[in-house]
Design a binder for this molecule. Structure first.
Ligand code: COA
Length: 276
């Protein structure tokens, strides 16, 4: 019953949202609409309407491609659809391919040759604003073009490739914030997704600047999420002390062919697991 894999576009947003919601991921309209407009996405149609499977690929020039949006309808699992979609997306990447896996996805990726390169810790909670945290050297604004370009340049220098289009789109969403540190090479972005302020990416040379940026972005918000790797010890400790508990971990996996890829320590958080 499995149909052909086809390229998805913005007209497929309602079907993508419905599949996402059916798998407990929420509609996450902000993320899917940016992916469908500015990245690559493929899906398989359900004969009677809607989608039975999806996958996305954010291929950044000069950096790794990040695979995400891997969803198969619950009534169509274990028929090989997920594996076919991953292989289709991987064939469209011309460099290292990364992804952040769920427990469901991990065995599928491992069978297809992905190996764990890092572990992400997902911190979510109600942000307890710490008035003692110094925000004086940080400007937090809704998107100003120069600020996003500055963040994108730091992000590029930290090995992410050219993500300016995606970062600009995220910064243009309702309520998004961009933080720039005036004394340090540090900047970050936060945007709303399904009522949660997604804090990331943050790019910073030092632990202290990363934490100052995170605090400035999260200030005054309610529910926040920040994903940081095992190596970001100070930032994760700050999260725990600020009400953002660790709720799960997600292996960051790279296709074995991408040997040599290693996360850059200046990249402190993810924009999201699908955006990298
Ligand atoms: C992960 C997912 C995309 C796999 O899709 P799929 O079409 O079933 O994948 P395939 O048929 O190619 O591979 C099947 C493998 O997926 C895993 N899997 C699929 N359904 C599963 C289930 N209900 N329980 C546990 N593992 C499951 C198993 O490892 C299975 O291998 P097995 O049959 O040898 O045990 C699908 O289960 C899904 O959408 N899950 C919810 C969303 C999610 O976690 N996505 C992954 C993000 S990283």
């Amino acid at each position: 019953m499995a149909g052909a894999i086809r390229r998805l576009g913005i007209d497929d947003l309602p079907a993508f949202e419905a599949l996402s919601e059916s798998r407990g991921w929420g509609r996450t309209s902000v993320k899917w609409s940016i992916v469908l407009r500015h990245a690559l996405a493929w899906g398989i149609d359900r004969p009677d309407g809607g989608l039975v499977g999806t996958v996305t690929l954010c291929a950044y020039r000069g950096g790794p491609a990040v695979l995400g949006g891997m969803l198969v309808a619950a009534d169509c699992e274990r028929q090989g659809l997920g594996s076919r979609l991953v292989q289709h997306a991987v064939a469209h990447a011309d460099g290292p391919v990364l992804l952040y896996a769920t427990a469901f996805g991990e065995p599928v990726y491992r069978r297809l040759g992905f190996v764990t390169a890092e572990t992400m810790h997902v911190h979510i909670g109600t942000y307890a604003d710490n008035a003692a945290l110094h925000h004086g050297d940080i400007t937090v604004e809704s998107a100003r073009p120069g600020d996003v370009a500055h963040l994108a340049a730091l992000d590029r220098a930290a090995g992410s490739g050219d993500r300016e289009v995606v970062l600009t789109a995220l910064a243009a969403t309702a309520g998004a914030r961009v933080a720039i540190h005036s004394r340090s090479d540090a900047a970050g972005l936060a945007y709303w997704s399904d009522g949660v302020l997604m804090v990331g990416p943050i790019i910073a040379e030092s632990d202290s600047a990363a934490i100052e940026i995170a605090g400035a972005l999260a200030a005054g918000s309610s529910r926040c999420r920040l994903d940081a790797s095992t190596t970001q010890v100070a930032l994760r400790e700050w999260c725990r002390g600020s009400g953002l508990d660790e709720v799960r971990t997600a292996p960051g996996m790279a296709l074995a062919a991408a040997t040599g890829w290693a996360p850059d320590t200046r990249r402190r958080t993810l924009a999201s697991q699908g955006f990298g």
